[in-house]
Design a protein around this ligand. Structure first.
Ligand code: GUN
Length: 289
């Protein structure tokens, strides 16, 4: 048996069409959504991600502006730029690409972004709203994953979802979103014992650990829905997810490929959040709903 692949590119492209429509409506009402992207340093992967996000944003008819800073930038300079972007009514979304260089306190920078412009959903205000089940911006990768699972027709209510990884960007918000969908959720991490024993109980398994091919077919329950968040560069230059695609596809019911799975959905959700931020600004409401 071979798993059904969940095509993130196709789903993202459908989502982008609906965002394009929303952007056109906003433009007709006098507002062109604008995303400001802040990039510090020369991390090659970050550069590629930022370029993809900016291009995709412009493709919807929105504006995107890149704010580049050298690697040695002081935290104060970054905070000053964020304050200016917060105050600029032309700008609806602000994204600070992570990771930031070591001299900069990431928390301080993320907390400086106005929650109404926090299209990444990384501000404590938005994370708190997620914990409390209130309206707010939700981090793009886990939000896209929920869309992929539901689009594939995989039920979540009452099912056991296991999340591998506890990062603030993916693992923790992912667990909260799965809980919101009434799944029974287990979070595993580097100190978890008997990992395979737990993963083999998962109806939905989300791998977000950043270790190439660490989830093998022997760790997966037959028929499970397996979501691969990893993008790892192998020694030969090729890309691999956190999931060993060859062995898992023989066991899983659904599986996301890398590339072409979660990545395109993350970008599509960012565009949707940016359009929503512009819509909220136009309506004069501070809280995203
Ligand atoms: N670095 C890795 N993933 C992300 C993301 O989703 N948003 C930002 N801003 N930085 C990242």
């Amino acid at each position: 048996m071979s798993a059904t692949l969940i095509d993130g590119r196709a789903l993202a492209s459908a989502l982008r069409i609906s965002v394009r429509q929303k952007v056109a409506e906003l433009v007709a009402r006098g507002v062109r959504p604008c995303l400001a992207v802040i990039l510090v340093g020369n991390d090659p992967a970050s550069r590629i991600y930022v370029r993809n996000k900016s291009r995709a944003s412009e493709d919807t008819g929105a504006l995107s502006e890149l704010h580049e800073f050298p690697d040695h930038t002081a935290e104060a300079a970054l905070l000053e730029r964020i304050a200016a972007l917060n105050a600029d009514p032309r700008v609806h979304g602000i994204l600070v690409q992570l990771p930031l260089p070591a001299q900069i306190r990431t928390g301080r920078v993320l907390e400086a972004v106005s929650p109404e412009k926090d299209v990444d959903g990384f501000h404590l205000h938005n994370l708190g709203a997620l914990v409390a089940g209130r309206a707010g911006f939700v981090p793009c990768t886990p939000a896209g994953i929920i869309k992929m699972i539901t689009h594939a027709g995989v039920p979540l209510a009452g099912r056991h979802a296991v999340v591998l990884g506890r990062s603030n960007i993916v693992g923790k918000p992912m667990a909260l979103l799965l809980l919101r969908e009434d799944a029974t959720v287990t979070i595993c991490h580097s100190k978890t014992r008997d990992l395979a024993l737990i993963t083999r109980q998962a109806d939905i398994l989300v791998a977000a650990v950043g270790r190439a091919k660490m989830v093998t077919g022997a760790m997966v329950k037959p028929g499970a829905c397996v979501i691969d968040v990893g993008i790892n560069r192998l020694a030969d230059g090729s890309l691999a997810g956190d999931v060993d695609f060859a062995s898992v596809k023989e066991v899983a019911g659904h599986l996301t490929p890398v590339p072409g799975g979660v990545g395109p959905m993350t970008v599509a959700m960012l565009l949707a959040n940016t359009a929503r931020a512009a819509e909220r600004a136009l309506a004069g409401r501070a809280e995203p709903r």
